[in-house]
Design a protein around this ligand. Sequence first.
Ligand SMILES: Cc1ncc(COP(=O)(O)O)c(C=O)c1O
Length: 479
Amino acid sequence: MFRSSTFSINSLSAAKISGRFINVSPIFFQRATKQTPSFTKSITTSVMTEQKTEQKTLTHADENINPKTIELLNKQDKYTINTYNRPPIVLTKGKGCWVYDLADRKFLDFSAGIAVNALGHADAELASVIADQATKLIHLSNLYHNEYAGELAELLVNITKEGGGFEAARVFFSNSGTEANEGALKFARKWGKQVSKEGKEKYGVISYNNAFHGRTMGALSATPSPKYQAPFSPLVPGFVHSIYNDIEKIPEVVNENTCAVIVEPIQGEGGVWVATVDFLKALRKRCDEVNALLIFDEIQCGLGRTGKLWAHQHLPKSCHPDILTLAKPLANGFPIGAIITTEKVANIIKIGDHGTTFGGNPLACRAALSVVRRINTPELLSNVNSVGDYLVNEFKRLASKYPSLITNIRGKGLILGIQFTVDPTPLIGLARERGLLLITASNQTVRIIPPLILKKEEAQHGVKIIEEIVDIFDKQRSN
Ligand SMILES: Cc1ncc(COP(=O)(O)O)c(C=O)c1O
């Protein structure tokens, strides 16, 4: 049972230190309490009287919020357009798989900036590459050539082909995943115009339930979730949604009017759902029949996360795409995305068709060169496989220990989903207050996407915390 009081001792003393906090904090707290179950818990100082062990392991309690943190949270609350539901910590530095907050508390990071920090935080080699390039050229625009964009494109094309990936030929650099998809959709629309039969319209784009392709209007139109789409309708015309892994529906939805199908080989945000080989084979076959492009969005599942460079390298050639989009870990957190295409797609894109001010800048490309070379090594990829296997086995063990809570473990390498029978959101706060950063995905899933350099001992530490919080959650539910 919970016993509650209104403020924690620490947050109350912080309130006394900062006069401004007294005025502003009720609004901040009100918003936070509405949105964050775990924060509600911290400011009502919920105390588990019956479970002393739970208190003992609460090493990073939200209620230990310090005055500087409160000051920064209040500024954020007052001056930014808040579209995120964030916990009351301010992170200031990192090292490897760990991040530190303002109070110098250390958290093990199982979220990696949403599958971004493949090489972990504050990587010394990358920091020196970025620092060196920053003293030379950060940005030029695409009006001029730089030393690194061509080299990065060559590397991406070559390692894709050498590693058994699709017939990559050319690359366009963007600044984010959404922008990579947006560009890929534009390429597909142009493809549709070029190959459509006289008088026929060919602009349909097919995407799938639980997909996430981004938040700009084109990418959003391919992201069929009412929570993302409804406030911004009407969306771009011509987008049709179908059911992931449903082979029977393919001939009906993918037809002569279709210019492209966009699909994640492993869906990330939607709950870590893995496409079947038969589904992707059938999509490839149907795209060939109707002359539509197949776009694989590997923004979350690509670049080493599944234990191979690309998720589609686990698949036979008969599944492979015409376009691949990537971003997230490409420069380990420095913003950059890319569209890789086959020669036939690249050939239809002409000067002036697409553009970007920042995309392909020397700093991002040089950083990405260094990151991609380090991700695409047998050592790192084998680490993903071995630590991933360890985690899968441990999560399966938890599933058999808590069968009424955990029903399935999905994913590959270090993109894993733990399927819960109830909304697992409270687990995120319970984990954070024990020094572990976890995130959820849709469909009652906890998503495990740590840095790819995660060590076995770090994985063990994370599992220990996860087991403990699942146990607490299970007991809370039955009380
Ligand atoms: C599969 C996938 N596509 C696209 C995006 C959008 O990428 P970004 O947030 O870099 O714009 C994401 C982001 O989570 C993603 O997971």
